[in-house]
Design a binder for this molecule. Sequence first.
Ligand SMILES: O=C(O)CNC(=O)[C@H](CS)NC(=O)CCC(=O)C(=O)O
Length: 318
Amino acid sequence: MFTIRCIVGSAAKNLALLPAFRQKIKLQNRMSSSSHPLAAVCQLTATPDKEANFSVCKQLVEEAKERGAAMVFLPEAFDYIGSSREETLSLSESLTGDTMSRYTQLARKLDVWLSLGGFHERGHDWETDRRIFNSHIIINDKGDIVSVYRKSHLFDVELPEKGVSLKESAFTIPGPSLMPPVQTPIGKVGLGICYDLRFPELSLALQRHGAEILTYPSAFTVATGAAHWEVLLRARAIETQCFVLAAAQVGQHHEKRSSYGHALAVDPWGEVLSDCGGERPGMVLVEVDLEKISRTRRNMPVQQHRRDTAFYHSLAQT
Ligand SMILES: O=C(O)CNC(=O)[C@H](CS)NC(=O)CCC(=O)C(=O)O
């Protein structure tokens, strides 16, 4: 049902996981437990049906765990994609609601870390303002919520010639701040969400605070995805010299909305390690070799070559 690709070792090679491969991959995964941890980067087609979405996400997480993943990445709106503003708002929950409790239990039961890329979280003043946050939540293998980053750049975009018209701020409150990178079994993970990808200031700030892996769980539109998705992800990886892991929504969510897919893993040199394609739910498994980061940064120390902030503001004085 799912498309699963697996990348093991430093050679960037996608292995379509045919049944015949299964044993082999499992064996390699077991061996890799003594070398580098595995991350599973997932894509799915969320609909307004929360129950059905949870069931798909649970299967993806179970499959990823079975294949040796230490951390599983689910995209923005993994919980649901509403077909109207009203529906999006009415389906939202707080962090103490049923959806989060199911995911924390899942993480604890399977002993796996989760990146939940964009939870529709009722704001603190929900009773009065009926608005939500778009929250990226990290859950550890004990089932504790260890970080919540609330999306800070909202997608209010009109591209009439491309049929794109979305106004995220109509139902979402912009997040107040960045969150410090989280130490996980695969490395230090810096949190972004979807449209945040277009703001390199955010990725550089996370890198400066120690991020080794940047994450951009997304629900990119088909038009903007085809034009910009891979280029932006690779650019963020190249300029920060971080791994970039981007879980994605794919396909048609309801009659009015489709997403581009291509959940991607990029290494610190900017090479695409693996791509989930643009067709259907699935995952890629990638080995996160942190030595690749130190090697890349040692050989081309761009962070040391960066001038101070005053330098980049010097045009303001002229
Ligand atoms: O609406 C929800 O339920 C979840 N949120 C989203 O899907 C968000 C806001 S509408 N989508 C994006 O940011 C797409 C960005 C994009 O496509 C680009 O930057 O080109």
